[in-house]
Design a protein around this ligand. Structure first.
Ligand code: GLY
Length: 408
């Protein structure tokens, strides 16, 4: 039976909101999600790399620890989700090969390798010839590469769909509409009012609206999450059976300063991503974006020009000031945050679900999530609720089939 006043109301039905709802409901909390199209959001566009090792950046060692922990949990998480829903998630333990195309790239990859070793991560330096032996479709000019067998992949669309089913099977109630504003009563979050004017009360509200998390009306300015949209354009190609296996693992490189990656799925889909653009709420797929991705991917794997281009899309990563998520109490009683996952939403899905459920049940974050409290950005009480309304109808993703994704 649906609860009239759930213990937990999650605003946003993208993968982060859904995993939070599923894990909360699994703990016995009456849980609801408000989102017009649960299972949408940035995951509709994302490639699904689980790349804690190859996406390591200087200064992000704390984030690395969270990513490694989430990657460690992925096999059990995926098995549990598949057992509950009967859905295959496209979880593939294929590994990743990051390659260099010129001397500068090679020097940069060598630096990354040294950093990985300092951080205790497993990766192996390969010569250009060894890279091509592993992946014969690579360009002859590849100068060397890093093999990270622990960096896997999952199909984010399947993940999102399975999470919707998991929520349904665990008794999560869905309100398929927009959350128009947060309702605050006596300095405490009390629920949301939806776009059609319905007031949904809740014991606690979790704001998990991806790039839109900073836009919900009624959230006091002092606790409004500093999340911004970071546009990523992505292409999907198809490998005809006669070319298979085209690539046997994820292949990536930095070409003229831009990251390009090719993620081959077992069903023949080849995802090529991604641009990184600070253009606000724009989700236009541009000729320039498609051109740059194809140009860079072609330098890496020349044979891709033979493949059918089946889809183009653009999504919005929820960027945060330090590229790490905001997990935990917002500073307003009753309002919790699970947002700002930037480039790592898919990777961090298991650990986020566990951390948020732990917080909701025990009132504190688990150890591994402590560095990611929103407090690090200095939420400053006392807080007052804002009274204006905010347009929450900005898009967060479009594809070549004119789909629009909105996560909150
Ligand atoms: N993690 C891949 C991306 O954000 O493009």
């Amino acid at each position: 039976m649906p609860s009239r006043t759930p213990d937990v109301l999650v605003v946003g039905g993208g993968i982060i909101g859904l995993v939070t709802a599923w894990r909360a409901a699994r703990e016995g909390l009456a849980t609801a999600v408000v989102d017009p199209a649960p299972g949408g959001g940035a995951a509709r566009v994302a490639a699904g790399m689980l790349a804690a090792v190859t996406e390591l950046h200087y200064g992000e060692e704390k984030l690395l620890a969270l990513g490694v922990e989430s990657a460690r949990r992925y096999p059990d998480f995926a098995a549990e989700l598949t057992e509950l829903t009967g859905q295959d998630l496209g979880y593939r333990r294929c590994g990743t090969l990051a390659v260099a195309l010129d001397a500068d790239d090679r020097a940069q990859l060598r630096e990354l390798h040294a950093l990985q070793r300092r951080c205790g991560l497993e990766s192996e330096w390969l010569s250009g010839r060894d890279c091509r032996r592993l992946e014969p479709m690579l360009a002859p000019g590849v100068r060397g590469g890093l093999r990270a067998d622990g960096d896997h992949q999952i199909d984010p669309r399947r993940l999102a769909s399975a999470l919707v089913t998991a929520c349904e099977r665990t008794g999560v109630e869905f309100h398929r509409t927009w959350a128009a504003r947060l309702d605050v009563a006596g300095d405490r979050a009390a629920g949301v009012t939806t776009a059609d004017g319905t007031a949904l009360g809740a014991g606690r509200v979790v704001l998990a609206g991806g790039g839109m998390s900073g836009r919900l009306a009624g959230v006091p300015d002092a606790v409004r999450p500093p999340v911004r949209p970071v546009k990523g354009q992505v292409l999907r190609l198809t490998v005809p059976p006669r070319y298979a296996p085209f690539l046997s693992r994820t292949v990536r490189a930095v070409v003229r300063g831009s990251h390009v990656y090719l993620v081959p799925r077992e069903n023949g889909e080849l995802v090529v991503g991604a641009t990184s653009e600070e253009l606000g709420w724009d989700t236009t797929v541009t000729a320039g974006g498609v051109y740059e991705l194809l140009r860079d991917a072609h330098e890496l794997v020349p044979g891709i020009t033979e493949l059918p281009l089946t889809e183009t899309g653009a999504g919005l990563r929820p960027g945060s000031p330090d590229n790490a998520p905001l997990l935990g109490p917002s500073g307003l009683d009753g309002l919790l945050l699970a947002t700002g996952h930037h480039r790592n939403g898919v990777l961090l899905t298991p650990v986020t679900g566990d951390a948020m459920a732990h917080l909701l049940v025990h009132g504190r974050l688990p150890e591994e999530a402590l560095p990611f409290t929103p407090r690090r950005f200095g939420a400053a009480p006392p807080m007052t609720a804002t009274t204006g309304t905010t347009d929450t109808t900005g898009t967060t993703g479009t594809t070549g089939t004119a789909r629009t994704e909105q996560p909150a």
